[in-house]
Design a protein around this ligand. Structure first.
Ligand code: IMP
Ligand code: MG
Length: 371
């Protein structure tokens, strides 16, 4: 297979199984030559990623050796300490032994440093590090890496034990992500749910570009762009702007921001056919919508919020209870369809939109971090 698709992201073949085998074999020979026949090292594979590498490595190791595995596990500690990391499976009898940590990949080196520090406190005779892959450009630590299989550029890879969201470990080749990992979010919520406020927080945190369809329309019409003039001709006749015109405007916005880490789509899609058109457009770029985040707030609370907002801003559609209820109605009929659309793709995340701005941002961040 020259390309694989995992979680809607496209990966291209990067290091073939044959090349991996050559690399692993020469690492085993290099280390064996240094250790000699009399030294019995303990190789410690770091789970889960290194399981394949470790297995193949010791198959090629010609002298007596031991193999064992550890796993970094993080769990939620008490509130004051946050995430706690511990090393599971660490054996106590490494004292006076020569230990070689086997890593599948070293990126920033944060994980490795933690593991190394724990091992170092065990009074080994010697402690060395071997990694199959090394993203040298992003490595931030001083710790020297004793054995390196292959230096790779800073792009996400999977296969041969390495995962993307736990998938892809089974491939015998290593694949590299085509393009970069993007977070494309559809932000949904009834009028007054706080979409604008949350979009500002989220775009800042992740380097996303907020595309509010309303703003895009206004911009194109005001600046009399070709698409703006076209859209206006429909609106002036009292017709809805066709999806392909809207999509073309969005495409322009996406293309204008090619260095973004992703997009927050706000006010679009509003129909299933628009959602499908958006999917097609993104897939042409090797991208996809990763989540629909829907801010959920009860209507009586929204009504109160909007009336308060209307009193301050003077926005006519925020002052009239009838108009507000109409907008809720319209929202309810349209969202339920889109909610189903994204639920069907396992991409729907409903968030309780009542609480402080921080609370709600926190919940959205939890969703995005797990994507
Ligand atoms: P570090 O702490 O930044 O060095 O990250 C190390 C861990 O991140 C590795 O053990 C992997 O689990 C994961 N990782 C980093 N880069 C990649 C990649 O390109 N593909 C898959 N996992 C990766
Ligand atoms: Mg790992």
């Amino acid at each position: 297979m020259d390309t694989v698709k995992v979680n809607n992201r496209l990966f291209e073949k990067y290091i073939s199984a044959e090349e991996i085998d050559d690399i692993v074999k020469s690492m085993a020979m290099e280390i064996a030559n240094e250790m000699g026949e009399d030294e019995v090292p303990v190789f410690v594979g770091v789970m889960n990623g290194a399981f394949m590498f470790a297995a193949d490595f010791i198959r090629h190791y010609p002298y007596p050796c031991e193999i064992s595995f550890v796993k970094m596990s993080s769990y939620d500690g008490a509130e004051s300490i946050g995430k706690v990391q511990e090393l599971i499976g660490l054996s106590d009898d490494l004292k006076d032994r020569t230990v070689v940590i086997l890593e599948d990949i070293i990126d920033t080196g944060n994980t490795l440093q933690k593991i190394y520090d724990i091992f170092e406190s065990k009074n080994n005779k010697e402690l060395r590090i071997a990694t199959l892959l090394f993203k040298i450009d992003v490595y931030t630590k001083e710790l020297p890496i004793d054995y390196i299989g292959k230096v790779i550029e800073d792009k996400f890879v999977l296969g041969y034990g390495l995962d993307y969201d736990e998938l892809g470990r089974n491939y015998p080749n290593i694949y590299q992500l085509k393009g970069k990992i993007m977070n494309n979010i559809v932000l949904f919520g009834p009028p007054g749910a706080g979409k604008g406020t949350q979009a500002d927080v989220i775009k800042e945190k992740y380097g996303l570009v907020h595309i509010s369809t309303g703003d895009v329309f206004r911009y194109n019409i005001k600046n009399e762009t070709e698409l703006g003039i076209l859209a206006k001709s429909y609106m002036d006749d009292g017709n809805l702007v066709p999806d392909d015109v809207t999509i073309s405007m969005l495409k322009k916005e996406v293309e204008k921001n090619s260095d973004a880490n992703g997009f927050i789509f706000d006010g679009f899609p509003r129909t299933t056919s628009q959602a499908e058109a958006l999917d097609i457009f993104l897939s042409e770029k090797g991208q996809s919508i990763n989540a629909m985040v829907s801010l959920e707030v009860a209507e009586d609370i929204l009504e109160k919020r909007l009336l308060e907002r209307g009193a301050v801003s003077g926005r006519a559609d925020d002052q009239d209870v009838e108009k507000i209820r109409n907008r809720f109605n319209e929202y309810n009929t349209k969202t339920s369809i889109l909610k189903e659309y994204y639920q069907g793709k396992d991409k729907y995340y409903g968030i309780d939109g009542v609480g402080t701005i921080n609370d709600i941002s926190g919940k959205i961040i939890d969703v995005i971090d797990k994507l």
